[in-house]
Design a protein around this ligand. Structure first.
Ligand SMILES: [Zn+2]
Length: 87
């Protein structure tokens, strides 16, 4: 199931089967983690993810591996994609 990509933040589970990987993600997208417990949201540097998981890591596998920097929660965390303004 695909959605238009014109919204600011897009839950990755809406594109759960498209096979997207970090290296295929256009550079004007930013990774945003959302905590399933305290709702904290924070930007993630994709290079840090690549250092740990490799550029071929599936975007869908990143969210469940995240740990909240605020409360330390590891469950129910989601990876969102944000679009940077292009000018
Ligand atoms: Zn949290």
């Amino acid at each position: 199931m695909r959605h238009r990509r014109s919204i600011d933040l897009m839950p990755r589970e809406d594109a759960a089967d498209d096979g997207a990987t970090l290296e295929l993600l256009p550079e004007w997208y930013v990774l945003v983690a959302k905590c399933g417990k305290c709702r904290h949201q924070g930007r993630i540097d994709r290079r840090l993810v690549a250092n740990r998981r490799g550029w071929g890591v599936s975007l869908n596998s990143i969210g469940p591996a995240l740990k909240c920097v605020r409360c330390g929660n590891r469950e129910g965390n989601k990876l969102l994609l944000g679009r940077l303004p292009r000018d």
